[in-house]
Ligand binder design. Sequence first.
Ligand SMILES: [Zn+2]
Length: 92
Amino acid sequence: MADDADATRRSLMISCADALELMTDHLEGALSPADAERMRAHLEGCEACGVFLDQLRATIGLTMDAGPAEEFAVDPARIDALTELFRTERGD
Ligand SMILES: [Zn+2]
């Protein structure tokens, strides 16, 4: 039974790369309930992704302050730069 609980927990676990892919949707509230739960579980255990999410939110905040938001525009280059920084810090 403990094994089942572990299996359930593992099925909820996503990698940091997966979390990064979900982050913009997470901020938009566009995740499916299952993905939202995985994201929440990952953020609970991963400080680095929490920091990354704060940076991403700040980036988006700046973008929105700059003018009327067209959709949910995030500069892909900015995301790439943050992702690179994040990978370097994580050492993967
Ligand atoms: Zn993470």
